[in-house]
Design a protein. Structure first.
Length: 172
């Protein structure tokens, strides 16, 4: 049986959608349109914690999503050397990595990676291990895998609650 994000998270929680102007500003910085399923998720559930430790911002949230994306890019640039293989190559193009979340339990960073096919992959850059996890299939598939327990990234504890708003969120 295929499970959906809404079945795992419950009904949408968002009271203040980001709006077209906020997404346009973010996508101008990114340099391309973001995946629709990611934007829908952020509009409905963003400015939250998933499984207690996965922080996901909203464009109008306590720490706006665009700021988080810029911070994620800077952090990735600082950590790049740890992800190079023996021939000094990276398994991803850091210039196209778009930060979307952080796993506060051990400092892992989450990114979207555009693919030539038009699809997006999800990457988890581990802080405790010199490696990255690249999950093909898009944001929704990644999140369903994590929330259903079928594909939880290395070192991520399976704890609850599944979803909760940030306490000081201006958008919930």
């Amino acid at each position: 049986m295929d499970v959906t994000l809404r079945e795992l998270l419950g009904p949408p929680q968002r009271l203040l959608p980001a709006g077209a102007a906020a997404w346009r500003e973010i996508e101008e910085w990114v340099g391309r349109p973001l995946p629709d399923d990611f934007k829908e998720f952020v509009d409905e559930y963003g400015d939250c914690r998933i499984m207690e430790f996965l922080a996901i911002s909203h464009p109008h949230g306590e720490q706006p999503l665009l700021e988080c994306m810029k911070d994620g890019r800077q952090a990735l640039d600082f950590l790049l050397d740890q992800y190079r293989d023996d021939s000094d190559r990276l398994p991803f193009d850091p210039a196209t990595a778009v930060g979307w979340g952080s796993f506060d339990y051990d400092g892992d960073l989450c990114f979207l990676l555009p693919r030539d096919s038009g699809e997006w992959a999800v990457m988890v850059a581990f802080r405790q291990y010199p490696t990255v996890l690249i999950a093909e299939g898009g944001f929704t598939r990644f999140m369903v895998g994590v929330l259903s327990g079928e594909r939880v990234p290395r070192g991520w504890p399976r704890s609850g609650p599944v979803w909760r708003s940030l306490e000081n969120s201006p958008v919930i």
